[in-house]
Design a protein around this ligand. Sequence first.
Ligand code: PLP
Length: 295
Amino acid sequence: MPPPFTLLIDPLPADAAPADFSSTFTEVDASAPALRVGELSTQRGDGIFETLGVVDGHAQEVGPHLARLKHSAEICELPIPNLAQWGAAISFAIENLPKSGEFSIKLVLSRGVEAGPAPTAWLHATVAPSYGHVREAGVRVVTLDRGYARGTAEHAPWLLLGAKTLSYAVNMAALREATRRGADDTIFVTSDGYVMEGPTSSVIIRHGDAFATPAPSGAILHGTTQQSLFEHLRGEGHVADYRDISVAELRAVDAAWLVSSVRLAVAVTELDSRAMKTDASTTAAFNRFLMLPRG
Ligand code: PLP
């Protein structure tokens, strides 16, 4: 079963504990139609997802990804996923992926078909894009106003901020806007001037020996890559804090990175057309660590 391959998953209640989950996965042809026309994930983006990196046969940070899937399900009022079943689906995929190279595994849980009996779920495994060059060269970034002030997630929970929903059209539009402005990526900022996250990544900054990232206050995702790096940095004796970071502060840092599960760590080399300080040795050290088996 070489990648890409897809498993349709029959989602079990959160507490079901069968001896073997494999009868709840069905391999489908990734290039053939597999979803029904009434699927709410495709019609409304009404569902949630996770993307895990796989390096040399190891799925990275499975626990934090599954915890975030559950958190997203709670925010979106979807049935709570059976994490043992998702874990078994990931293990099944890993058994079928080559033991060397980089891959990505996407997990999707959709509300299902309108008035249908159950949610729809699937796992899709693919070869990861080749990110070697961008990990060395970094990315030029523009800041874009996300349109929300700090605190919006708390008083407007229906916006589903903080859930990794399938509604990524805005995130993709932000990347197109970055391209229009001659850049490669985006950092979303609040309407009152604070750093949030990239459309598909978390932001980490360094001042001297101290690292920081915006607090996952409910408006942004709690990145699994950022969490993994912070645990590692703290283990090495560095300060690694969650706190508010203004755009003015971001412009003056000693280094900034966008980090995510499959692309890993990329340096921000330019911000809004102005050169940023970079730190090639820390970038390389981050990526060496992120390529090790984690979680
Ligand atoms: N923020 C957003 C909006 C994302 O889409 C992602 C990943 O896709 C991240 C942050 C980084 O999360 P992770 O490190 O778990 O991949």
